[in-house]
Write a protein that binds this ligand. Structure first.
Ligand code: HEM
Ligand SMILES: Nc1nc2c(c(=O)[nH]1)N[C@H]1C(S)=C(S)[C@@H](COP(=O)(O)O)O[C@H]1N2
Ligand SMILES: [Mo]
Length: 346
């Protein structure tokens, strides 16, 4: 078995390559949830797909490293955690590719396959930290040598090629994955809100009675508005793109936020808190008010309760978790928009 005679350095390079790819995959995966506009999203998901698929290129070498470690008699670590990590990586890869290829068709007992992917992906990241912390390999100067960098470049080219092969294959075969959006989401229910999924972010639930009034707190005044007063004929066509892996383009109608706030004394550089009846909330920059819509209608019909009646926020270019449903309060505040948890907590 020639494998056993491999120089020690080879194992070290393989391990470093795997570590770099796994860290990049986890990082770009998390980043993918933050971007909603097609081009930046395309770049992030491409980097994500390439780093994820690139792991497969190192499998032959890692097999050698693992075999060699099994022949070691001195200082061998308990391999249980390492095997758990390997299983999670495989599950993450399988669910990632299943989402990419088949989208909503690949759901496991009602749970979207992308949700499973994110859960095992985050688990992988956590186990990776444990695995690396228990390793005796530490960074060295020679890891940045010319040859090492050339090899890293080779791996990067291979990873991008693997991603390109998957993308090309999807397009050639006409698989659903060939038509997904830059964010990786698959189309569902465009122009037909009844066919669009009703989705909650985390623990939130559709309220029995979302009420009929909205409180506007701005310029030192509090105004109560009936939902009917918010249907002022402002319209926008915008894509709701859920991090669960689907998107839908709809015509939304209601009132633009800058028109609702017109004539009020607003703070420079301020933000606006949009709060739903259940307490679900997001804070957005006031500077975006011209592109934000408080919507009462979708595709010419009043919103259904599931989709946020009587009023929901429409935030073009932002992922679905910004589109607060059942809006009860809109409040202008001095604080910057980023002074909030990066994602909702409910
Ligand atoms: C070790 C961690 C991870 C690995 C190895 C991994 C790997 C993959 C792979 C191989 C794909 C399929 C890409 C393709 O076929 O082009 C994928 C898709 C995806 N992953 Fe991950 N992933 C990881 C973690 C995450 C995390 C933490 C998130 C989100 C928080 C995430 C979000 C996504 C999304 C949105 C897609 C769909 C992208 C698309 O369709 O182009 N991933 N992942
Ligand atoms: N109040 C409230 N608004 C919310 C959510 C929620 O859980 N609670 N989920 C958000 C998420 S993650 C998405 S994708 C969209 C889904 O909108 P839909 O159910 O109309 O499809 O609503 C957003 N607005
Ligand atoms: Mo979502």
């Amino acid at each position: 078995m020639p494998a056993v005679h491999l120089p020690r350095r080879a194992g070290r390079r393989t391990n470093l390559g795997l570590l770099a790819l796994l860290l990049l995959a986890t990082g770009t995966g998390v980043l993918a949830f933050g971007v909603g506009t097609p081009l930046p999203a395309r770049l992030v998901t491409a980097a994500h797909g390439a780093t994820g698929l690139g792991l497969l290129l190192l499998v032959p070498w890692k097999t050698v490293v693992v075999r060699r470690s099994r022949t070691r008699t001195v200082g061998r670590r308990d391999p249980t955690a390492a095997w758990a990590l390997a299983v999670l990586v495989v599950l993450t890869l399988v669910t990632g590719v299943a989402h990419t290829v088949a989208g909503q068709a690949a759901s496991l007992g009602g749970v979207g396959v992308l949700l499973v992917h994110v859960a095992v992906g985050v688990g992988t990241g956590a186990l990776l930290v444990v695995h690396v912390a228990g390793s005796r390999q530490r960074p060295r100067r020679t890891d940045l040598s010319r040859r090492a960098l050339l090899r890293a470049g080779g791996l990067a080219v291979g990873a991008v090629a693997a991603w390109g092969a998957v993308e090309g294959g999807l397009r050639l075969t006409g698989a659903p994955g060939g038509r997904r959006r830059g964010t990786g989401s698959h189309e569902r229910g465009s122009g037909d809100p009844a066919a669009m999924p009703v989705t909650q972010w985390f623990t939130d639930t559709v309220p029995d009675d979302p009420g009929d009034t909205l409180e506007l707190v701005a310029g030192g005044r509090t105004t109560r508005l009936r939902a009917a007063e918010l249907d002022r004929g402002d319209g926008v066509t915008a894509v709701l793109d859920c991090t669960g892996g689907w998107y839908a383009e709809q015509e939304w109608r209601g009132v633009r936020l800058d028109r609702l706030l017109a004539g009020l004394d607003l703070p420079d550089g301020g933000s606006v808190d949009v709060v739903g009846v259940t307490g679900y909330r997001r804070r957005l920059p006031l500077a975006d008010a011209g592109s934000l819509l408080l919507a009462t209608h979708c595709a010419g019909r009043p919103l259904s309760t599931g989709h946020g009646a009587p009023v929901r926020l429409v935030a073009p270019g932002r992922r679905g978790y910004w589109w607060v449903k059942w809006v009860r309060r809109v409040e202008v505040v001095d604080a910057p928009w980023w002074a909030q948890p990066p994602v909702p907590l409910q």
